[in-house]
Ligand binder design. Structure first.
Ligand SMILES: Cc1cc2nc3c(=O)[nH]c(=O)nc-3n(C[C@H](O)[C@H](O)[C@H](O)COP(=O)(O)OP(=O)(O)OC[C@H]3O[C@@H](n4cnc5c(N)ncnc54)[C@H](O)[C@@H]3O)c2cc1C
Length: 433
């Protein structure tokens, strides 16, 4: 890849929140940018669970990089997976051996699931990070009801109508609440042989409360709201085993064919090839300007970076951190190439502005923390909806999500209930029962 004489070559690995905001903030700057991503689209992960629970379609929360950068002439998009970073030769290597060289490198590869060393649990408890994951979970949830309707065994049906969500953070809470609503509002009355109201939802958390990053009062409120919706919340229960038949929490075994993993994160293995210091989760420990030690031309941002705030606590892996870091790095690079001197951004470093946290429990119910204010209920949910619409990329997506949510709010129906595969491959064999 060759850059024109005065333009610097910038490679951005990953077009998530951090990568996208970085590139967008360099629109008119003298950079030849190459975005390398293993997918062809930017994905709005905070609403992925709504694809998995049949409320939204994949296209509502994603947009292709080609559309996004069609008018940004100096941005080239390469679909591929970076497998190695060679910081001495200043190049990155793709899965087939193709190489791309850079003057500046921004690594924004996000995070992936971590099963705390129990990779054998993954086939029975899928996690959610991509459209493919969300569609698999959607297919699984919807098919579970179909299988239950087919089965004539009273002992087997409950297994298919039991949903166990592991991890009581915002994603786990959102999943539990939405599945409870799916059972009560959407599926209710659609089946003849099973009683959908007998379906059960468990939310399992190892810590002593759900939503541990929120104020304890909000954790309590969320627990009581979920319980009113029919969810059994199990705190202080660590998962000890997951099999195709269910999940074990020490002495307790919950029989379930529908387990969803919403716990633990780790960082894609490519960052190891950087050879820079990483924390326990695999996040790269970065300097105050997001660069890595001794390499002011390499930056790590978003979920993949370990950046400590003023209280010396690492920033959480959330979209707002990634967005702000992307914009910060854009401003830093612009200043550096234009002024040809150390910009103030390098000296002062990145400062995170915490705008607060939101988590939705169900339609019309959410919890919110903004500074010292903690509140819950319809207003918190309304705020959650407005913030998510505002952060979504693309006018079409915003309109489409608003329409789907309005229809769901007034009718309880969900528009994405198609099962794409046939049931036979998922139906248990007679001797398997
Ligand atoms: C289900 C779910 C719900 C969430 N809900 C919220 C929420 O409500 N609020 C909130 O603030 N945050 C939420 N988050 C977290 C938020 O989405 C992340 O913090 C944010 O996406 C991080 O941005 P990023 O740019 O670092 O990484 P990502 O957005 O994950 O983007 C990483 C990109 O890198 C690409 N990539 C990875 N490895 C390679 C490679 N080797 N080569 C090429 N490309 C690669 C990926 O394809 C991807 O496009 C949620 C996350 C999930 C999974």
């Amino acid at each position: 890849m060759k850059g024109s004489c005065n333009r610097k070559k910038l490679i951005v690995i990953g077009g998530g929140f951090a990568g996208l905001n970085l590139i967008q903030s360099l629109k008119h700057a003298p950079f030849d940018i190459t975005l390398i991503d293993k997918r062809n689209h930017h994905l709005f992960q905070p609403l992925l669970y709504q694809v998995a629970t049949a409320t939204l379609a994949p296209r509502d929360i994603s947009v292709t990089f080609r559309e996004l950068f069609a008018k940004q002439q100096h941005t080239t998009v390469i679909m591929g997976e970076v497998v190695q970073i060679d910081k001495e030769d200043k190049k990155v290597v793709l899965e087939n051996g193709d190489t791309f060289d850079y003057d500046y490198l921004a690594i924004a590869v996000g995070s992936k699931h971590s099963y705390f060393g129990h990779t054998d649990w993954e086939p029975f408890a899928p996690g959610i990070k991509t459209i493919t994951d969300a569609l698999k979970i959607r297919e699984h949830i919807l098919t579970a009801f179909e299988i239950a309707e087919r089965l004539d065994s009273l002992t087997e049906t409950p297994k298919y109508l039991t949903f166990a969500i592991v991890g009581g953070g915002p994603t786990g809470v959102e999943f539990a609440g939405t599945i409870a609503e799916l059972i009560k509002k959407t599926m209710h009355g659609n089946f003849r042989r099973i009683k959908t109201e007998k379906a059960r939802v468990f939310l399992i958390e190892a810590f002593d409360r759900i939503l541990p990053s929120f104020h304890p009062k909000l954790s309590e409120k969320t627990k009581s709201d979920l319980e009113k919706m029919g969810v059994t919340v199990l705190t202080n229960h660590a998962v000890t085993e997951i099999t195709k038949d269910g999940v074990r929490l020490g002495e307790i075994f919950i029989q379930s064919r529908n387990i969803i993993w919403a716990a633990g994160n780790s960082i894609p293995t490519v960052v190891k090839t950087l050879g820079s210091e990483q924390d326990k989760q695999g996040r790269v420990i970065v300097e105050k300007d997001l660069s890595i030690p001794n390499h002011p031309e390499i930056f790590v941002l978003g979920d993949a970076a370990h950046f400590k705030n003023r209280k010396n606590i690492p920033l959480p892996g959330v979209a707002t951190v990634a967005v702000q870091q992307g914009r910060f790095l854009g401003a830093l690079l612009k200043a550096e190439v234009r002024k040809k001197q150390i910009p103030k951004h390098r000296i002062k470093g990145f400062k995170y502005f915490d705008k607060g946290s939101l988590a939705t429990i169900g339609t019309g119910k959410a919890v919110c923390t903004i500074g010292k204010f903690n509140f819950s209920g319809f207003f918190a949910w309304f705020l959650w909806a407005v913030v998510h619409i505002a952060y979504l990329i693309g006018f079409r997506n915003r309109m489409s999500v608003m329409l789907e949510w309005s229809i769901h709010l007034f009718t309880g129906t969900r528009s994405s209930r198609l099962i794409h595969s046939t049931i036979d491959e998922k139906l248990p064999k007679r001797d398997d029962i």
